[in-house]
Design a protein around this ligand. Structure first.
Ligand SMILES: [Zn+2]
Length: 287
């Protein structure tokens, strides 16, 4: 009988849509819609926010499209987002593709609302994604210093458990927010049984915390639907997936946000406004 209620359990609960606009990997030659320059990023973000995104997750790139950790570029992006997308939650990546060691946190003094934080290591498609304990501790401490709420990127179950420990120990600023990432080659596959277990773990051990989920490639829409149906929040955007389907490239970040918003409607979950998302995640309001 329980199944009868599974569709409507989370009815009316706002769903936060995050748009990962650029990432470190996709290039214009993969999809011309990938925003590379700061101006393109701001324009693409603006359209994504109009379509329902309340968090913009961003990396920055050099002019030759290679990943960058240049704080000046992050500063220009933050300023542009705050001007053109007022209230939107600015989340910077401290992921390992755009720099090494403490370079990864060089933009944290800019005080974005949020930053991604990996708390453990795992394999990526062609290399080890290394997050040594001392670097994790340093990044978390910098986020505390600058009052930045981390979004913990969980590429594996151990990362969720580590986030819970760090939160309990007071090592993470603000409210706990964990994102399950599924479908990175050589890391956690897109697996519904595992996803359900992740959700159970969060519900049982951190019932006040919010969680979200992201799927890579063709699995993006699959994981979007799982997360929306299960009462979580979800991430979309060209960083994770450049296609609408096998044969069609996604024409924009906004298109990907719009299809996640359609799923929210299917499950009777209103798309959270930036203001609602800030309240849910305990972020300072922007004046
Ligand atoms: Zn990213």
């Amino acid at each position: 009988m329980r199944q009868c209620f599974s569709m409507s359990d989370h009815t009316g609960k706002p769903c936060i849509l995050c748009c990962a606009i650029t990432g470190s990997l996709p290039r214009k030659s993969d999809n011309p819609a990938v925003p590379i320059s700061v101006a393109e990023q701001i324009e693409s973000s603006h359209a994504a926010v109009e379509a329902g995104a309340s968090i913009i997750h961003a990396h920055v790139r050099n002019d030759d499209e290679s990943p960058s950790s240049d704080p000046d570029k992050f500063a220009a992006l933050k300023e542009g987002l705050e001007r053109h997308c007022p209230g939107v939650i600015v989340q910077f990546s401290t992921g390992g593709r755009s720099g090494t060691g403490r370079e990864r946190g060089a933009m944290l003094p800019l005080r974005p609302d949020m930053a991604s934080l990996s708390v453990g290591s795992n394999n990526f498609p062609t290399r080890v994604y290394g997050n040594a304990p001392d670097l994790v501790a340093w990044l978390a401490a910098e986020m505390q210093k600058y009052e930045i709420t981390p979004e913990v990127e969980a590429f594996d179950l151990s990362h969720i458990l580590q986030a819970l420990v760090m939160h309990q120990n007071g090592a993470l600023h603000g409210k706990l927010y964990v994102q399950f990432v599924m479908g990175v080659k050589n890391a956690m596959p897109v697996d519904k049984e595992v996803f359900d277990f992740y959700v159970q773990i969060m519900r049982n051990r951190a019932p006040q915390a919010h969680w979200c989920a992201a799927g890579i490639g063709a699995a993006q829409i699959v994981v979007n639907e799982w997360a929306i149906a299960a009462g979580g929040h979800t991430r979309t955007g060209l960083e994770d997936n450049i296609r609408l389907n096998k044969t069609t490239l996604a024409p924009s970040n906004a298109t990907l946000v719009a299809r996640a918003a359609e799923l929210c409607a299917k499950y009777d979950r209103p798309v959270a406004t930036p203001r609602q998302a800030r309240a849910l995640l305990g972020l300072r309001s922007h004046d």
